[in-house]
Design a protein around this ligand. Structure first.
Ligand SMILES: [Zn+2]
Length: 108
């Protein structure tokens, strides 16, 4: 029996769309992304819409878990994507995470 439902297949496509939109860059650390993260976790009522999905690498996705994006960003204080940044560890303690409005600039 197939383990994956058609819902999973649909999300897979959606994930590819999100990754393409965000240029396969993790919005949290600027590294290469291969996963789509729910801005609002599904258990919190988020859906699979493009607006609720952002590109993320596995590490950030795992670290974020089910936390709201703003909370996650605030906690890690990782600046939103500096394109050619090769050191995602340049974390400035105490800096507030970027606002949600900034993440939205990826939408065209
Ligand atoms: Zn990342």
């Amino acid at each position: 029996m197939a383990k994956h439902s058609s819902r999973d297949a649909r999300f897979k496509k959606q994930r590819l769309r999100v990754l393409a939109r965000d240029n396969w860059i993790c919005i949290y650390c600027g590294g290469p992304a291969n996963e789509a993260d729910h801005v609002i976790a599904k258990v919190k009522g988020g859906d699979d819409s493009m607006e609720n999905l952002v590109s993320a690498c596995r590490m950030c996705n795992n670290r974020k878990g089910k936390k709201p994006q703003a909370v996650f960003l605030g906690q890690t204080a990782t600046p939103l994507v500096s394109p050619s940044s090769t050191s995602p560890k340049t974390v400035t303690a105490g800096v507030k995470g970027p606002c949600m409005g900034q993440a939205r600039q990826f939408e065209s």
